[in-house]
Design a protein around this ligand. Structure first.
Ligand code: M6R
Length: 608
């Protein structure tokens, strides 16, 4: 799984190439490479493992005159097959050194193809599926690359975005795709192919998304798109220009910057959809829902998006009075499904590219079930496939740990629940009260951010504990799950989350002085129950970090406390979320972790 990028330029300085590749680095960062081709058939290839800056240094040391190369393909890699080594780093090329390619995802029939090619005396320099495709192109070559790629497309199975160059035709780039995202970007003088919008946000906003089974041929300054052997016309779109998303401002890490963007995101989401004067919720997408016929909601997501949903099931059942069930994406796909036309299937994804979720969406759509998507990236595959959707309006989330997207998801979900609640004529006084609280949410979050030094102090104190429990009850239990996920993801410390009710069933056996517990207990209907949990942990010499509402009268008894503004349970979910993000961040910072690029992970998980 990699992130690819190719372009045909007319005179842009080569320094930009590395900048664009750096803009893609947030996606994958195991290795990077670049391959350039000149008019006189000269190919220049450079590779480096880990950071793009390593590649940049190598290119600088090579002291090449890059201005004569005008077709460029490159990628940043996230290893799926074999280790992170130079040998495994693309580009892969055919045996005769004529065809070079970059490939995302995995060719599943590569072992059979390799057997066939070996029988006709092909030798392989490495073991990757991508090298096999390069040789398949050489072996099946007929007439020109376009004709050959049409044949190759029929021979390879599942799944790819492949960009290929032919040394003997240095003006052409050909790409084919199945599942893995691919977009053409068009500027006044240049054509680009990319898996991601972010690389080019400063250059052009005009794009054409490529669909499965289509082929793109870029030749000199023109492009054509082929579908089913015929050239087709496709509409272009304009993405929203955001020139600040790749800028870290004065923050030490993107993660911190994105946490501090949350108050503005809240404003973006709420003020666009809720009228705080007359309590109306405006949304064309929600108006399209056939509410009287929705008797159940099934929800499908992965990772942090799954945790946002988990919280929502509590909220939603409470607010909208409709049963809901949540599934981890891939588990859903391989589990027996009971088709029911009274069920609405809702998917949620920050990136809109998560393969596990995307596959479930296609499966659901194939059976004509109703689908709804909550997604952040407007041009993503998921956004283009769904019947009906809401965008989370969080701007691009740059680095691996999901931060502000979670807030966007949760807030959007609350809006959906409130909308359904109102339409179903449930308790209007309670509905209005929640909206009044939401109007205060931005100020509450600002308050927590202002006191971030207190969170930092406690996070540093606990950074070196190798094990930790996170406990919460009811909707604060999935919030504890998210806290634990974030700590593991960026600190590599072992943490576990449980519903506080579970403690006595077995987790208590692990409690001792060096195994602290974070307990989420803002003002809520289960406050007293949580006090009992605290006592149980204390009685076993366990250290406790207590997250509570301001002016809590029990405060003095506790070992360490972090306060959030006194509010209703819904607002507390958000303020505690900010505390949890800051806590995980400051712990990881204290441990000198590479916070924006946690080991072994990728931003978008585009393989199953
Ligand atoms: O883009 P998605 O929301 O579909 O991504 C789902 C997960 O891969 C993602 O939330 C992941 O768990 C994050 N790195 C967690 O911080």
């Amino acid at each position: 799984m990699c992130w690819i990028f190719a372009y045909k330029w007319t005179g842009i300085a080569c320094d930009f190439l590395i900048d664009w590749l750096k803009n893609l680095e947030y996606r994958w960062y195991d290795s990077a490479w670049v391959s350039l081709i000149s008019d006189d058939w000269e190919i220049y290839v450079e590779k480096a493992i880990w950071k793009v800056s390593n590649l940049a240094s190598k290119i600088e040391n090579d002291k090449k005159d890059l201005s004569k190369y005008h077709v460029w393909i490159a990628h940043t890699r996230w290893a799926t097959h074999w280790w992170v080594t130079l040998e495994n780093t693309h580009p892969h090329h055919s045996q005769n050194g004529r065809f070079f390619l970059v490939h995302n995802w995995i060719i599943e029939n590569y072992i059979d193809l390799k057997k066939e090619l070996t029988q006709v005396w092909y030798k392989f320099y490495w073991n990757t599926d991508s090298e096999i495709v390069a040789n398949l192109i050489e072996y099946t070559f007929e007439k020109d690359l376009e004709t050959t790629m049409k044949k190759v497309k029929e021979l390879i199975t599942w799944a790819y975005a492949l960009v290929v160059i032919d040394k003997q035709n240095p003006n052409q780039i050909i790409a084919i795709k199945l599942w893995s995202p691919l977009v053409i970007w068009i500027s006044a003088d240049n054509l680009f192919l990319s898996s991601d919008a972010n690389a080019l946000s400063n250059i052009t906003q005009k794009y054409i998304p490529i669909d499965d089974n289509e082929m793109v041929i870029i030749d000199k300054n023109n492009y054509k798109i082929i579908n089913n052997q015929k050239e087709i016309e496709k509409d272009s779109f304009e993405s929203i220009k955001n020139t600040t998303q790749n800028d870290m401002w004065d923050f030490k890490h993107f993660m911190l910057k994105e946490i501090f963007e949350v108050p503005n995101i809240i404003e973006n989401i709420l003020w666009g959809r809720i009228n705080f004067q007359n309590y109306e919720i405006k949304s064309n997408s929600l108006d399209k829902l056939d509410l009287p016929n929705i008797k159940k909601i099934e929800i499908i997501a992965s990772g942090t998006s799954y945790n946002a949903w988990m919280i929502w099931t509590y909220l939603f059942e409470d607010l909208a009075d409709i049963p809901s069930q949540i599934h981890i994406s891939t588990e859903f796909k391989y589990k027996k499904q009971f088709i029911n036309d009274k069920t609405l299937y809702i998917f949620i994804s920050q990136s809109g590219e998560t393969a596990d979720s995307l596959e479930c969406l296609k499966m659901v759509k194939n059976r004509w079930w109703k689908t709804f998507w909550i997604v952040n990236v407007v041009w993503s595959s998921i956004a283009r496939l769904c019947d009906n959707w809401l965008y989370t309006h969080c701007w691009v989330e740059i680095w691996v740990a999901s931060t502000k997207a979670f807030i966007g998801q949760l807030l959007t979900l609350i809006i959906i629940a409130l909308y359904i609640w109102n339409k179903n004529n449930l308790d209007y006084t309670k509905y209005k009260k929640i909206i009044d609280w939401l109007a205060k949410l931005k100020d509450d979050i600002n308050m927590v951010l202002l006191n971030s030094h207190k969170v930092e102090e406690i996070a540093i104190k606990y950074a070196n504990f190798k094990n930790m429990f996170f406990l919460g009850r009811n909707m604060f239990y999935p919030l504890a799950m998210e806290w634990s996920l974030k700590c593991k993801e960026i600190t590599y410390n072992h943490t576990e989350s449980y519903s506080a009710w579970e403690l006595k069933h077995w987790p208590l056996s692990l409690i001792q002085e060096d195994f602290p517990t974070i307990l989420l207990n803002p003002e809520s209907k289960l406050y007293e129950k949580n006090i009992s949990t605290l006592k149980e942990v204390q009685a076993r010499n366990g250290k406790v970090i207590w997250i509570l509402s301001q002016n809590d009268e029990h405060k003095l008894e506790y070992f360490d406390t972090i306060e959030v503004p006194k509010s209703n349970e819904y607002n507390s979910l958000f303020t505690i979320w900010v505390v949890l993000q800051l806590f995980a961040y400051y712990m990881a910072n204290n441990l000198w972790r590479e916070i924006d690029k946690p080991r072994n992970l990728a931003k978008s998980v585009t393989v199953e």
